[in-house]
Design a protein around this ligand. Structure first.
Ligand SMILES: NC(=O)c1ccc[n+]([C@@H]2O[C@H](COP(=O)([O-])OP(=O)(O)OC[C@H]3O[C@@H](n4cnc5c(N)ncnc54)[C@H](OP(=O)(O)O)[C@@H]3O)[C@@H](O)[C@H]2O)c1
Length: 271
């Protein structure tokens, strides 16, 4: 009697083990799931294109917004990204773009544009506001915004505001709209992105996070757009990035990739 029970128990456990094995094999055959769909406003821009690539490499599904899909596609002819044509100044052009979207990264900019009506007021504030409002309505999980070091400089007589159509003033208004939106967010204020060839290769310097808007104008406060894009994508998955505003720059004296371990965690949340 005892022996036949032992044998039945052995057969049962063998059967369960083989079922688990075949289940494991079946799981292996499933396609790898992407981590979620990420709307990249400004995905066709100089930083935005790096964000699109890094999202793709990290198994997210990027969806890029641009005013001109053919032009965006022509910048990355070997990639098959999804693009949608919008004008972020006009909410009506964006009503359907949030379908199935989990996250938003906003890399919009008016910076060097000579196009009529593309200004800090209409893009860095107005466009950002429109994207944030639609993100709220569509209950996305997290919103990452690229702003700028110097965004708290509110004096319209400051040389940079005078030169740039009050860029910092409008950037800050865009930030504020996101901070009070109710979304969870990360606001990243990069230092100078306009590097010269001699400056540095992306991925070869440590990246420093700072708070208090202290770095604008410092000689060494620069960061490669690829490194900035890495920080934007990392912020999506790191819960320590939630509801924080901070500056970023590259620093050859800081350990490479240390920011990935502790950078977000050491920042203070906004109050
Ligand atoms: N340059 C710097 O040193 C510096 C420093 C600190 C912060 N930043 C900030 O960093 C961010 C990224 O800068 P970047 O130079 O990489 O950007 P960028 O190359 O100027 O790209 C701007 C993006 O905005 C999009 N855009 C502009 N108007 C639009 C509209 N009406 N509707 C939809 N999309 C529109 C463009 O799309 P299409 O052209 O495809 O339409 C493009 O994808 C910006 O927010 C910038 O202000 C820059």
């Amino acid at each position: 009697m005892g022996r036949s029970l032992d044998r039945r128990a052995f057969l049962l456990s063998s059967l369960l083990a083989s079922m688990n094995l075949s289940h494991a094999k079946a799981m292996e055959k499933l396609p790898r799931r992407k981590k979620g769909k990420v709307l990249v406003a400004g995905g066709s821009g100089q930083t935005g294109l790096h964000i699109m690539r890094i999202l793709d490499e990290n198994r997210y599904t990027p969806l890029g917004l641009t005013t001109n899909v053919a032009r965006a596609q022509s910048k990355v002819p070997d990639k098959e990204y999804d693009w949608l044509a919008v004008d972020v100044r006009d909410v009506a052009t964006m009503l359907n773009v949030f379908k199935g979207v989990d996250y938003v990264i906003c890399a919009l900019g008016s910076g060097r544009s000579t196009r009529a009506g593309i200004t800090p007021e209409t893009i860095d504030y107005g466009g950002v506001k429109n994207v944030v409002d639609l993100a709220v309505q569509n209950e996305i999980k997290h919103f990452v915004l690229i702003s700028s070091a110097g965004a708290t400089i509110s004096d319209p007589e400051h040389y940079f505001n005078r030169l740039s159509g009050n860029s910092f003033i409008w950037k800050f208004k865009g930030e504020e709209h996101l901070r009070v939106s109710g979304l969870t967010y990360t606001i990243i204020r990069p230092g100078n992105l306009n590097l010269k060839d001699k400056d540095y290769e992306p991925g070869t310097r440590g990246i420093v996070f700072d708070q208090g808007d202290r770095i604008f104008g410092a000689d060494n406060a620069l960061i490669h757009r690829v490194d900035l894009a890495e920080v934007c994508v990392a912020a999506l998955a790191d819960s320590n990035s939630r509801n924080k505003t901070f500056e970023v720059y590259a620093d050859q004296n800081s350990p490479l990739n240390a920011w990935r371990e502790s950078g977000f965690r050491e920042l203070k949340p906004d109050t």
